[in-house]
Design a protein around this ligand. Structure first.
Ligand SMILES: Cc1ncc(COP(=O)(O)O)c(C=O)c1O
Length: 416
């Protein structure tokens, strides 16, 4: 086989050093910091410690009964014991198209839907389908930890555009324009945001969408928290607000957050037919169809009503006001009122340089370490989201735990 031609071995030979046990591309991937914090909290709990976990990004509610019942029935149907089309069960793709029309007003055909293993696979597929080596992707920070990794794995270059609490963690057209180069291919957009809870007003979405369309820049817009908006905040879908972006736009979504279905692993991507075909080809070699029982559960979820999410939204709304008030009661911590999703993202840099239980911290990473070790409270430091100086606290946990956890932080950071 040493005589392979240019279309054989040589064509596949990259710049790799054959002595490496792990490829350079995969060795560069960091573990998910949010999952690591959650794992640490669960490990301490398993040792009998009373840990309060603000780390996990998942609703504490069970999946609605009707969804579980549909999955149960699906287990007994032999059709679900077999491979099914990579792009998803036809009835689920149809139901996702209908649900999208109902919820965001975006008109898509079932053929423009690819069902994925969670929103995470939709993110990975989207960047794999769009990025050539060296293409730049604008990523507003604070960002969800997975985005830069998926971009880099796809050969793209994540270009981080920083925001802070002064701007409500919302990026502006001026900032995006300053970061744009001739290599800019994609803008990553997410509203409501993980990790900040920021929700972009319609006018800002319109301005950003027009800017992207005007420069022929693709938009990958993550709408997984579409139903979790509070107060006066409203969700708007960019390709609906700015129809000109639709031909270069991929929407990422899923059932995880809306229906308390994180463990079922069903998400989807919507986009122009050529992108969906390309991503389906990729997925056909990587994971094939999403588990049929999970797809049947997702079908029950998206074709049902939104009663369960209304109940969860009311609970999250109460908790966001509670956590906002409690965190702002701690000297050295400042928190904006989150407008969406289920995360608070307070600034903790006011705690730097002060001594707590004999330890002094200079970074949010060190403060998060102190919180888990001394107060048994798990939070994710801002470093994980490209924004040091902050903590992310998920308030998708029970009210009592929420109060207990923030009280422990208050106790720790008041020198107690
Ligand atoms: C912004 C955002 N997008 C996508 C996802 C992916 O969710 P899943 O893969 O569980 O559907 C998450 C999960 O935390 C998220 O926060």
């Amino acid at each position: 086989m040493a005589q392979q031609t240019e279309t054989g071995t040589e064509a596949f030979r990259g710049a790799g050093v054959t002595g490496n046990r792990i490829s350079a591309r995969i060795a560069a991937v960091s573990p998910s910091a949010t999952l690591a914090v959650d794992a640490k909290a669960k490990a301490l709990q398993a040792q009998g410690e009373s840990v309060i976990g603000f780390g996990a990004g998942e609703p504490d509610f069970p999946t609605p009964d009707a969804v579980v019942a549909a999955a149960e029935a699906a287990c007994h149907d032999p059709r679900n014991h077999r491979y099914s089309p990579t792009a998803g069960l036809p009835e689920l793709r149809e139901a996702i198209a209908d649900k999208t029309r109902r919820d965001s007003g975006l008109d898509v055909a079932a053929s423009q839907v690819l069902v994925t293993n969670g929103g995470k696979q939709a993110v990975a597929n989207a960047f794999a389908a769009l990025c050539d080596p060296g293409d730049e992707v604008l990523v507003p920070a604070p960002y969800w930890t997975t985005y830069p990794e998926s971009i880099a794995l796809a050969g793209g270059i994540p270009v981080v555009v920083g925001t802070d609490s002064a701007s409500g963690f919302r990026v502006t057209v001026e900032q995006l324009e300053a970061a744009r180069t001739s290599y800019t291919k994609v803008l990553l957009f997410v509203s409501p945001s993980n990790p900040t809870g920021a929700v972009y007003p319609k006018g800002e979405i319109e301005a950003i969408g027009r800017w992207a369309a005007g420069h022929g820049i693709w938009v990958v817009t993550d709408e997984i928290y579409e139903h979790l908006v509070y107060g006066d905040a409203e969700f708007h879908s960019m390709p609906v607000v700015v129809p000109e972006v639709a031909d270069r736009c991929i929407v990422v979504n899923g059932v995880a957050k809306t229906y308390a279905m994180t463990g079922w692993r069903v998400g989807w991507m919507l986009g122009p037919s050529d992108v969906i075909t390309a991503a389906t080809n990729l997925q056909s070699h990587e994971t094939s169809n999403v588990a049929n029982v999970s797809q049947r559960a997702a079908l029950a979820a998206v074709s049902g009503d939104l009663e369960a999410v209304a109940m969860m939204r009311a609970a999250f709304d109460r908790r966001r006001r509670l956590i906002h008030r409690l965190l702002n009661g701690i000297d050295g911590i400042e928190c904006l009122l989150p407008e969406g999703a289920f995360y608070a993202f307070p600034s903790v840099s006011g705690l730097y340089g002060r001594s707590f239980r004999g330890r002094t911290c200079a970074t949010s990473d060190e403060l998060a370490e102190l919180a888990i070790e001394e107060a048994k409270v798990a939070v994710v430091p801002g470093e994980a989201f490209g924004s040091p100086g902050y903590f992310r606290l998920s308030y998708a946990l029970g009210d009592e735990d929420l109060v207990e956890g923030v009280s422990r932080l208050a106790d720790l950071f008041s020198g107690g």
